[in-house]
Design a protein. Structure first.
Length: 736
């Protein structure tokens, strides 16, 4: 049974005081009876026993008052935001409560409270708060930007209240969240003062010794530091007053967190940090003279003290993406110490200190990079006045091109809008994607086409017999998933192709039909396939009957090998064929260039090596004065070079013509019925190759013989040799 909630007298008095202070601050924006409805809500919640203290034992109503005051004084929130803070302390996430808030206080207050509930549900998923993705998810989840501002104010208040808590582990957790999540958010939104406070307090709780070491050192040097600041400021003040500027000046010591970060970065002690403070000149200037008077002050300071041009930061001409405007310069002050001077106007200082960057200006910005653009120019909103209700028209949709989803373990992943369950599966692992059959979104089973939405918790369901499909390419949206899927489909095609090829070979063997690769390739083309993988995929998918393939193969084989011709088939034994053809048919276009580009020299081709167009060649000057052309790999070449090197001249082919050359091929293989037909059939199908003679001898089942053909060049020769080697039974083909 839960403890009875008790409102202590001190808590009651403090709550009343803060509520009065809030009314004084925002009373002009409150509607009649707003305050009475809030008090009545607190009273009924308390009487119904619905109030609960948090893990630190803090009173929720008092904490809400403290948070609301921070939101008013440090951020500038007014009625809707403050009422949402106060009501959320006692809110129940039910349709009835939301409806009551909407009727009593308006749609905007209800929307903000609903946003706070959505963020609270995200926390229950135990996310990794350090990730940039979680910060972006928070921003995308907050339909109204005041939700984020309230969260920051609430965390600042919590960090202030837990300094003496015995709940050390809980203190450590909220301090880490302050450092990794809320301080970066505050910085992103221009709330520099709150950002520094969050960083300092988190350092205080997480690294107690470092915090108090720096704090004590700062206290010990405060007197001398203040004296130095006064010595620096005094002459500057005189010159600025002489120039007629309205201003005030102050020295600002760097935050403890900032000093600690510098000590770690520079790996030095406190004494090694020289820029412990900065001088700020704040000019009271009309809007139209802001830049001119800031640069005037800059000129006065740099005339008095030597500036370091490398340390000039001009955020006056081009403000920071979150609206920050200022001039920063480092100058050499008294005692040769470097001093940072910041020059800005009252308006600029208010933006930087109080976070009036919360006057958002929204105009349909999209994408993750949109935040900088969205925050980039807030001046027009500032010029509209100090009324925070200008935010009522805004709907935060910065990340409408992206979604952030949780894994079951609480990790947060980012996907483009429109990404599906299948994209999520392939993001985890290729094997998960390839076997994905669907998923569970927030515990509900969904198909692989289901689109992801921000805040979803996604679990992938797989099945071992599932395989990737071609139409999945229309489902996935990310390039990562597409590339993994394409690779999986390619591997699947190769695997299916090997299976189909093995199956087809078994069918051929069962039907006692010899499978020749060259004939099979011809069969595929006859059946309309340009790529072998497509052919085998059709067999694997059972779209092509292997029996039909075998029938077509036999038809193509019989045609290619002339097996349908009336002439009887015979073995290679004692086969002779002679075709009366000249040794070389020479056209007029073939030219051999001899030695130093001499053309038209009388030459002849050496019969020992029979060179043809394309062979590397050299010339040999004979006794009669003519030139014999040899191949460079001619069997006689080494002897000619050794004995008659002085008679060797360079030669090269030029001007491809219509000449044909006679070459002799040595063919060795197994004697078989139809072997001669197979060889002659290949030659007869080749263009511009003429068979001159075949002389084959056969002994004990083996044949060997010479094949003389006429052809144009070495490319034709190489192609012919390659095809002859595919003939079943042929073991060796070589050029003589």
């Amino acid at each position: 049974m839960s403890e009875t909630f008790i409102f202590t007298d001190i808590e009651r008095q403090e709550t009343v005081r803060l509520f009065k202070q809030l009314k004084d601050s925002i009373g002009d924006t409150l509607l009649p009876d707003d305050d009475k409805k809030i008090i009545e809500n607190f009273r009924s919640t308390f009487e119904n026993g619905q109030l609960r203290r948090n893990v630190f034992g803090l009173n929720p109503v008092l904490s809400a008052m403290q948070t609301a005051l921070i939101a008013v004084e440090e951020i500038g929130l007014r009625r809707d935001g403050i009422l949402a803070i106060l009501l959320y302390a006692t809110a129940t996430n039910t349709p009835e409560y939301t409806s009551w808030v909407r009727q009593s206080f308006g749609d905007t207050v209800a929307t903000i409270i609903n946003g706070l509930h959505r963020i609270h549900r995200l926390y229950k998923k135990s996310p990794v708060v350090e990730s940039e993705n979680f910060r972006n998810l928070l921003l995308s989840f907050a339909e109204d930007m005041r939700v984020i501002l309230i969260m920051i104010a609430d965390r600042v208040n919590l960090m202030r209240q837990i300094k003496d808590t015995p709940q050390v582990e809980a203190q450590r957790r909220v301090s880490e969240e302050a450092a990794y999540l809320y301080a970066p958010l505050a910085h992103k939104l221009g709330l520099y003062k709150l950002k520094s406070e969050l960083e300092d307090l988190s350092l205080k709780y997480l690294e107690h010794d470092a915090y108090y070491l720096i704090k004590e050192k700062l206290n010990a040097t405060k007197k001398s530091r203040d004296a130095y600041i006064e010595r620096f400021i005094a002459p500057v003040r005189q010159h600025l007053e002489a120039a007629g500027l309205q201003f005030h000046m102050k020295g600002r010591t760097k935050s403890i967190h900032s000093i600690w970060q510098k000590m770690k970065k520079q790996q030095c002690g406190f004494e090694g940090i020289y820029d412990l403070f900065a001088i700020r000149i704040i000019i009271d200037s009309p809007l139209e003279k802001e830049k001119m008077q800031c640069w005037q002050a800059f000129s006065i300071v740099t005339d008095m003290y030597q500036p370091n041009p490398k340390r000039l930061r001009d955020w006056l001409s081009v403000p920071k993406s979150n609206g920050y405007e200022s001039l920063h310069i480092t100058v050499l002050g008294p005692e040769n110490k470097w001093v940072e001077v910041q020059i800005r106007t009252e308006r600029m200082d208010e933006i930087a200190e109080r976070g009036l960057a919360a006057h958002w200006r929204y105009k349909g910005v999209k994408g993750e990079s949109g935040l900088d653009e969205w925050l980039g120019n807030i001046r027009s909103a500032l010029e509209a006045g100090d009324d925070m209700q200008v935010m009522d028209q805004f709907k935060l949709d910065l990340y409408e091109d992206e979604v952030f989803v949780f894994t079951p373990k609480g990790d947060l992943l980012k996907f483009p809008k429109g990404a599906t369950i299948l994209d999520f599966a392939y993001h985890i692992h290729s094997g998960v994607g390839n076997t994905c059959i669907g998923g569970k979104v927030n515990g509900k089973v969904v198909p692989i086409r289901e689109q992801l939405h921000s805040g979803d918790t996604v679990e992938i369901m797989t099945q071992n017999n599932q395989k990737p499909k071609q139409d999945w390419l229309n489902i996935v949206k990310t390039s990562r998933a597409k590339s993994k899927l394409r690779l999986a489909l390619k591997e699947a095609r190769q695997k299916d192709g090997l299976y189909a090829k093995e199956m087809l070979e078994r069918k051929f063997k069962n039907k006692k039909v010899e499978l020749v690769e060259s004939i099979m390739a011809h069969t595929m083309k006859k059946m309309g396939f340009k790529v072998a993988s497509d052919f085998y995929k059709q067999i694997a998918d059972e779209k092509l009957d292997p029996n039909d393939v075998i029938e077509k193969y036999i038809e193509v084989r019989d045609f290619d090998l002339n097996l349908n011709a009336p002439a009887p088939t015979r073995s290679a034994e004692d086969f002779n064929f002679e075709h009366p053809t000249e040794e070389m048919t020479k056209g007029n276009d073939d030219v051999l260039v001899i030695d130093r580009n001499l053309k038209g020299v009388d030459f002849s081709l050496a019969p020992c090596c029979r060179p043809i167009y394309g062979d590397p060649v050299f010339g040999f000057v004979t006794v009669s004065g003519g030139i014999k052309v040899h191949r460079t790999d001619c069997p006689n070449a080494p002897e000619l070079r050794r004995r008659f090197g002085y008679r060797i001249v360079k030669a090269r082919w030029s001007g491809k013509g219509a000449s044909q050359y006679s070459i002799t091929l040595r063919v060795i293989g197994n004697d078989d019925i139809g072997i001669v037909n197979n060889i002659t059939s290949i030659i007869s199908k080749e263009e511009k190759i003429m068979m001159r003679s075949i002389n084959i001898d056969s002994h004990d089942g083996l044949f060997s013989g010479n094949l003389v053909v006429m052809l144009e060049d070495t490319s034709k020769l190489e192609a012919l040799i390659k095809k002859l080697r595919t003939v079943k039974g042929v073991k060796q083909v070589m050029r003589l």
